[in-house]
Design a protein around this ligand. Structure first.
Ligand SMILES: [Zn+2]
Length: 869
């Protein structure tokens, strides 16, 4: 199209080319339709005298063979600078924001080349056969000149992959020849050939390399005229392998040593007693789960026949139990640890094949002990237990209880649940009772099986004295000088990579620059605030350390999960692998070199893993490998991390003065509401909230995203015994003061830890100052539903959250959070006439009977000081 025929607007125009063929393709990177103008390509006519790049080919993306010929045309004041970026990936891969969640399986490779002044033809050959799409960007002098995308296939004529399994002393050779010709493979150490064989065109060969010395090796494959060569290293046995860090049999504070007497095991605040069931009885007999065998015409509980204490110590008690139900014998062990998790491993065997309907774990509770349910990891699965029957989908963790505590069930796979597993759990509420059922799989004919699960009463430990005053802010937050201003209210701070250059790559505990981190920690300690650095512990940055290359195959979660983050590739590894040894070893080293008080972990929930190298996964009835979830390994990881932090602090790290009653170590986990104490017991705090980020970015706010029903129990601290922080996010484009008030209406009355990073600083400071003036530091906190004795408060508990602090002199600070879109009324009886409003816009009035009435505006927080009569 000759230029003189084009009449173009001066500032250019946008366009797209959409090809509707067998494989539709689009020039512009549109997402949902070909008509998204905002994503269209932009055409600008360059004035003469600009640098530009003239390119005239792509090579053959259909075979993964990119050739990018072209030349740079100067004309500008400086020689032209060209950069080409090629990204190839599997379509459907979502390159997510790095929030720790929502990652999608995919594969990705990036290639980049920069040229200054002159251009050499570029060749790229993609390697990962999972990739099927490319995006190519040319930049000249930093500006995008051209962007292209399209389908691609990766078919090098001959490929050779070497997979290493150093811990197992094995390598796997994977040759692939497109011609189908046999492949001659030879491995040498540079001097001599160690292994050579001619093998079929495709397949996997396992080679025992235990006798090979650590060092460099070379593998060469030849098929016909094609030849490919690859180098690999076998590592020396590492120092971190099999370390015992954090394994000491010591009771971490604030837990208490456990005791065992007769048929009772006592841990902090709980006593598990074995009477006539194979499962314990607790809470003075009010919680008595039964393992039930169901036949077509009857059901029978497994009765306890024998009970033995195998081992008892302050940290763990091991029991052996036997039982029987309707012709099925049960032999099992129970391990109880000092946080109150009881782990059951039951071998069940029928004397002869038995027709059964299923197995179930059944518990019946008074309605007052089971008002709420909570599942994890499914974050929407929580709320009030409804009247009648409700079924719930399978979860790793499922809990019923009240804001004061409850009973949690945990398991590591779906092996014992039918698919679809929409009815794994059920509640039946009627006549003042709630029956909670875990419905294990029904089998037509039962002969034998192994059933493993855990039960744990919550809360698991006492909350720190001042957990209802907890506030945190990031160290060195540059955008707002929040940290120094809030330091006096803070229990601990986290040191983030954005504010302190201690870790160049996001998931790389082996790549720490100690000096800047130690300086940040020292600055924080000078303000009497404990400091912990950020880690995303369950992933590593590809190629960041030699270990991530050497142990890749042995550490990864399978199916493999990789994603792009900040121009690096993140790989999810499995905590059930030897990676745990490596990670703990690094954390210990970091703490000893920087004097940090513990660790921040972004994510601490087990992922689905089928990698048999870690003992993960199981084979289902159809012979398919299914994943398991390493609950006990995550638990071990957090417990050992906490123990390492505790011991290093004791051994001379100057932990900050503790003004809030926290234990002398900090392990903070970002779990966004997926609370599961069997895994998270040993953490000193949890943080939630960021998972609303997308909705809030899209314009929503807490006035519609949250209700009290959604907030409890997952964002409270009391049911778990683990302090919970809520990171409230507000849309900065809207009214920040109003939305801050909406968030505080949930956070303050519930005594949830405040993480005000995104909130309006003035509004936050006014609330903190009001609490400080009252003196919440020396006051007792009463969470919603448990008012101070003698004070009667009437309000709709589903719309209004009421928390209170009472000082020794009887003065009470009431926090009234209207969490609804309508005005709400709170009536307070039996308090003295004097009411002092210290924050908020409520209308207060006294009625004739002496009661105080507070009219609360929608979505707002009110703080009032009252005095007892
Ligand atoms: Zn695994």
């Amino acid at each position: 199209m000759p230029r003189q025929n084009l009449a173009l607007p001066q500032d250019g125009f946008r366009f797209n080319v959409f090809h509707q063929g067998a494989q539709p393709s689009t020039l512009a990177p549109v997402k949902n339709s070909a008509a998204e103008v905002e994503n269209f390509a932009e055409i600008r006519l360059l004035e003469s005298g600009r640098n530009r790049f003239f390119w005239f080919g792509l090579g053959d993306p259909a075979t993964g063979d990119f050739r990018l010929p072209g030349f740079l045309l100067g004309g500008g004041a400086q020689p032209p600078q060209a950069a080409v970026e090629l990204m190839v990936f599997k379509r459907g891969t979502a390159f997510r924001e790095n929030t720790g969640f929502d990652e999608v399986d995919g594969a990705l490779e990036t290639y980049e080349q920069k040229a200054n002044g002159s251009w050499r033809r570029l060749k790229f050959r993609t390697e990962n056969r999972a990739c099927d799409w490319f995006e190519l960007t040319y930049r000249i002098d930093g500006e995008i000149q051209t962007r292209l995308n399209g389908p691609l296939a990766v078919r090098p004529p001959l490929a050779l992959q070497v997979r290493k399994f150093p811990a197992a002393g094995q390598i796997e050779i994977v040759p692939e020849s497109d011609s189908g010709a046999p492949v001659k493979v030879e491995i040498s150490d540079g001097a001599k050939t160690l292994w050579a064989e001619t093998v079929p065109a495709a397949g996997t060969l396992k080679i025992d390399c235990r006798a090979w010395a650590p060092g460099q090796y070379r593998a060469v494959a030849e098929a016909g005229k094609d030849r490919v060569e690859t180098a690999f290293t076998l590592p020396a046995p590492p120092a971190w392998r099999g370390n015992r860090l954090g394994l000491d049999a010591e009771v971490l504070p604030p837990f208490e040593p456990m005791t065992c007497s007769g048929r009772a095991v006592t841990v902090w605040n709980r006593r598990y007693q074995w009477n006539d069931s194979v499962i314990f009885t607790a809470a003075d007999g009010r919680i008595a789960p039964q393992l039930v065998l169901m036949r077509s015409d009857r059901k029978e509980s497994f009765r306890l026949e024998d009970f033995k204490v195998l081992k008892s110590s302050p940290t763990a008690v091991d029991l052996a139990v036997t039982g029987r139900a309707d012709g099925v014998e049960l032999h099992g062990t129970v391990r109880i640890e000092y946080d109150g998790l009881a782990w059951f491993e039951f071998d069940l065997a029928a004397a002869e094949p038995l027709a059964i309907e299923g197995l179930a774990l059944e518990t019946e509770l008074p309605e007052t002990m089971a008002t709420l349910f909570h599942g994890a990891p499914l974050r929407s699965l929580n709320g009030y237990i409804p009247d009648g029957t409700r079924q719930y989908p399978w979860q790793i963790y499922f809990w019923i209880g009240t804001p004061a505590g409850g009973l949690g069930f945990v398991n590591e796979s779906r092996e014992w649940f039918d698919t679809p597993e929409t009815a794994a759990f059920a509640t039946e509420k009627a006549d003042g009772r709630v029956r909670f059922t875990v419905a294990f799989r029904g089998r037509e004919t039962f002969t034998r099986g192994k059933l493993t699960f855990g039960l744990q009463l919550t809360p698991v430990k006492p909350l720190p004295r001042r957990s209802s005053d907890f506030v945190t802010e990031n160290w060195g937050n540059r955008s707002r000088d929040q940290f120094p201003q809030l330091a006096k209210y803070m229990d601990f701070t986290t040191v983030w990579r954005l504010n302190c250059p201690y870790m160049a790559k996001i998931c790389d505990p082996g790549g720490i620059d100690f000096a800047p981190l130690a300086a940040a920690v020292a600055d924080s300690h000078a303000r009497n605030v404990a400091a912990i650095p950020y880690f995303a512990p369950l992933s590593f940055t590809e190629n960041a350390q030699p270990e991530f290359v050497d142990y890749y195959e042995e550490w990864i979660q399978t199916p493999v999960n990789r994603w792009k983050s900040e121009n690096t590739i993140q790989v999810r590894c499995c905590v059930a692998s030897e990676y745990l040894d490596y990670l703990l070893w690094q954390l210990d080293r970091i703490q000893r070199n920087t004097h940090c008080d513990g660790f921040y972990f972004d994510g601490a929930f087990p992922v689905a893993c089928s990698n048999a190298l870690h003992g993960c996964g199981y084979v289902d009835a159809e012979g398919k490998r299914q994943p398991t979830y390493a609950v006990r390994k995550i638990r071990e990881f957090l417990r050992r991390s906490a123990m390492i932090a505790r011991q290093n602090n004791r051994a001379g790290n100057r932990a900050a003065e503790n003004r809030f009653g926290s234990p002398p170590y900090q392990v903070w986990i970002h779990i966004s509401g997926a609370v599961a104490p069997p895994m998270h017991s040993f953490a000193t705090a949890m943080f939630a909230g960021e998972w609303f980020k997308q909705a809030i970015k899209a314009g929503a706010n807490y006035d519609t995203l949250l209700t009290i029903e959604k907030f409890i129990p997952r964002y409270l601290s009391e049911p778990w015994g683990i302090p919970n922080y809520f990171l409230a996010i507000i849309n900065k484009d809207s009214d920040p003061v109003r939305h801050t008030d909406t968030a505080l209406a949930y956070i303050i009355p519930h005594g949830t830890g405040l993480y005000p990073r995104y909130l309006d600083p003035g509004q936050v400071r006014r609330v903190l100052e009001a609490k400080e003036r009252f003196g919440t530091a020396d006051a007792r906190f009463y969470p919603p539903g448990t008012p101070p004795e003698g004070i009667r408060l009437e309000a709709d508990p589903k719309q209004v959250a009421i928390g209170a602090w009472e000082r020794p002199d009887g003065r009470i600070l009431l926090a009234l959070g209207n969490c609804s879109a309508q005005p709400q009324t709170v009536v307070c009886r039996d308090a003295a006439a004097g009411v002092e409003a210290v924050h908020g816009r409520a209308q207060c009035s006294a009625s004739d009977d002496g009661a105080q009435r507070f009219e609360l505006p929608p979505d707002s927080l009110q703080l009032l000081i009252i005095q007892r009569k």
